[in-house]
Ligand binder design. Sequence first.
Ligand SMILES: [Zn+2]
Ligand SMILES: [Zn+2]
Length: 367
Amino acid sequence: MPSTSSFVRSAVSKYKFGAHMSGAGGISNSVTNAFNTGCNSFAMFLKSPRKWVSPQYTQEEVNKFKKNCETYNYNPLTDVLPHGQYFINLANPDKEKAEKSYESFMDDLNRCEQLGVGLYNLHPGSTLKGDHQLQLKQLASYLNKAIKETKFVKIVLENMAGTGNLVGSSLVDLKEVIGMIEDKSRIGVCIDTCHTFAAGYDISTTEAFNNFWKEFDDVIGFKYLSAVHLNDSKAPLGANRDLHERLGQGYLGIDVFRMIAHSEYLQGIPIVLETPYENDEGYGNEIKLLEWLESKSENELLKDKEYVEKNKTLQKLGAKSRKEQLDKFEVKQKKRAGASKRKKATVEPGDNDILSQMTKKRKTKKE
Ligand SMILES: [Zn+2]
Ligand SMILES: [Zn+2]
């Protein structure tokens, strides 16, 4: 069912702020939902994120999607970033499972091209108990094959919050995979702010924020930066927990998002919210918050009472949750210190991202 909230799209923002939209009732509804939420870009699932196989789109639905993009002025090549299914794992050492992933992945890419969508966000998966380098090679060879079998869609690898065998928790993994891609015009990276912080890259202060992007440019290169996922983090730095929080309420805080809204290198690419909300109104308000942050000049912030108050209010809202996660993190660290020599546990692929919140949506929304 299309969203009923109504926010006006900004015509002056230099950034493509948007959010993950529901495509319930038909993929073309994601476009109208995005428009009604005030999105300048948006994401959606191409099919059910819970099932391996979903019915193909009808030609009528494809036409409707394209028509909606035209009507509401979204360029599907640059403004739409569908999210792949979480269980796709092209790095899986179990060949049969990797093949099954590839099938679903190819189906996603074909859907993108049917819709005329130019970007596709993928979790790079997990090498599980396999040899990390060998499995990265397998991932890259699947990506090369998929690129040859499709025409134009760019595969955008998302960085991850975990450790070790979860591919993309380290920027170096992404660099290595990109290095093995034959057609480099068809590969990119999406930086998720929550994943980045949870993986241990601090971005919470001005200095740390600038250092991270410098490191990103040194290791991967800005030319590969194709999108950003915007989430605050419920868990502290390096906790390896993928727990999205509403902007300003987590360990990142509002100033990180103000810096995002002032980073020239983020202009022109989709910047997509995946914060936990039960309806699109929350996203609409956060896009307005981002546009407000864009209007705030850095020099006068401390004197800006409205800004200081906003920061305080949001931090207060998230205080209880931050404390809970900090306590859990400290317990885990103590255990880790006690058992540091024990064998590393394997990390399962994929996080819960927006899937859990889409589940919540289902409970509150009629489809
Ligand atoms: Zn994300
Ligand atoms: Zn994701």
